[in-house]
Write a protein of this length. Structure first.
Length: 163
């Protein structure tokens, strides 16, 4: 017999991996395409929790699942943390530049990244633009997490608190 916890685990592993597949590419696409993915995730939450009447946001929070736009930012932020902290993967860390102000400012100790100038909406979808923008928007306590696991935990907590 399949218990509810087992159903949650199976549903999460099967569908969340599909939602996460190549999701950095989805950053900045039209909201109608994001809405379609969000509807899929909402339907999945209803099936897993066997609840057709509650709001989808409350169902997602019961399952501790981030919404699709926040999942996209979570993935980019995690890749950015790995690039900034460990220098891995090198092909991504070479795209990021630490913020170095021309004068002595308090922001020098904030662990910020330089956001390059970009005039096109297509260019704003690139990792070199979106990663520093997302990274700089995170609180300092999240950016300075001591390990990858604590960074993910703090980031997820921050995103749930800001929804």
């Amino acid at each position: 017999m399949l218990t509810r916890d087992m159903a949650r685990a199976v549903a999460a592993s099967l569908t969340q991996t599909r939602l996460d597949f190549a999701n950095p590419v989805l950053l900045g696409i039209s909201s109608s395409n994001i809405d379609k993915l969000q509807r899929v995730q909402n339907c999945l939450a209803r099936v897993v929790l066997l609840d057709q009447s509650s709001l989808s946001t409350s169902l997602l929070s019961q399952l501790y699942w981030l919404s699709v736009p926040k999942r996209l930012e979570f993935k980019i932020a995690t890749l950015t943390y790995q690039s900034v902290t460990f220098g891995q993967p090198t092909y991504l860390s070479s795209l990021l530049t630490p913020y170095q102000p021309h004068r002595s400012l308090r922001s020098v100790s904030q662990n910020l990244l330089t956001v390059p100038r970009c005039n096109s909406s297509f260019g704003q979808r690139s990792f070199s633009y979106s990663a520093p923008r997302i990274w700089n928007g995170l609180p300092l306590a999240v950016r300075q997490s001591p390990s990858l696991d604590s960074f993910k935990r703090n980031l997820k907590t921050y995103y749930f608190a800001s929804q």
